[in-house]
Design a protein around this ligand. Structure first.
Ligand code: G3H
Ligand code: ZN
Length: 286
């Protein structure tokens, strides 16, 4: 069974640590994230984007896959099943499908509409004990078709969205999806601090891949409780797979067993997940 994210991220904010939110893409990703969390004995959030859910089948299939892998792998750590960057329809569908958490991302709507729709999703989700992530400002770059200009979240808007009762809040603070460009100037800690001083809602750092460890730690010390990681695992998977093939691990081009070909990439995801959980300071569960 999945746990709701509310208590996990509230504890994280109070305890000045964060919990990792990792995107899944398929069976291997799902298992590797679960294995990384189980080996570190820490809670974890598995999230799926609208694009990845479509790739895998649908929202219900993803939820069933995660649930069944947890059973087969004897996972004992708390797992939150979350929709990442959902539109209004996707959030509603995942509430129906039994996710324990959904993100409603209304960054591309006029602010009043983002606020109204966030309120509606909070009401529907909370009636079923499901937690909700909302967004103010926007995350730069592109992730699975979700494009953002990277506008800085305003403190007033963050306060208004937090007042909907959403459980955690993603804020644009100079963070970007995908790899960071050479000329990136870093996270805007002044704005992060202003927002964190104004609201108690746990804050979410999107675009976690490629942010230097010190900046992640500073963001956590200021009120970030959920750190989203997607690209980092993709880079690790691709690099390990490429290395395996280049070094002739696939019997110099003769190997074709998919389980062998996918194994180095799989192990690289497990290692990445464990390393990131270490950075976040997530405490072990008793
Ligand atoms: O919503 C997911 C994240 O914000 C992932 O961003 O791919 O840059 O790690 P990333
Ligand atoms: Zn994101």
């Amino acid at each position: 069974v999945f746990v709701n994210g509310n208590a996990i991220f509230n504890d994280a904010r109070k305890g000045h640590y964060a919990v990792g939110a990792f995107n899944t893409n398929n069976l291997e990703w799902t298992r590797a994230i679960l294995q990384g969390a189980q080996e570190t004995n820490t809670p974890v959030l598995i999230q799926v984007s609208m694009g990845a859910a479509k790739y895998m089948g649908d929202y219900k299939l993803v939820k069933t896959l995660v649930e069944e892998e947890m059973r087969v792998m004897n996972i004992t750590v708390p797992v939150v099943m979350h929709l990442d960057h959902g539109n209004y329809e996707a959030a509603k569908e995942c509430i129906e499908a039994g996710y324990s958490s959904v993100m409603f991302d209304g960054h591309d709507l006029p602010f009043d509409e983002n606020l109204e729709k966030t309120k509606e999703i909070v009401k529907l989700a909370h009636a079923k004990g499901i937690s909700v992530e909302a967004e103010v400002g926007s995350i730069g770059g592109e992730e699975d078709g979700i494009v953002g200009a990277g506008e800085l979240a305003s403190v007033e808007e963050a306060k208004a969205i937090a007042a909907t009762g959403c459980d955690y809040l993603a804020c644009g603070i100079g963070n970007i999806h995908g790899p960071y460009p050479e000329n990136w100037t870093g996270l805007n800690f002044d704005r992060l601090k202003e927002i964190a001083d104004a609201i108690d809602t746990p804050l979410v750092l999107h675009g976690g891949s490629g942010i230097p460890q010190e900046q992640i730690e500073k963001a956590i010390s200021l009120g970030v409780s959920k750190v989203n990681i997607n690209t980092e695992n993709q880079l690790a998977f691709a690099a390990a797979t490429r290395k395996y093939i280049e070094e002739g691990g696939d019997q110099n081009g003769k190997g074709y067993d998919p389980r062998k070909l996918l194994n180095p990439g799989y192990n690289a995801i497990v290692d990445t997940v464990k390393e990131i959980i270490g950075w976040l300071g997530t405490p072990s569960v008793k």
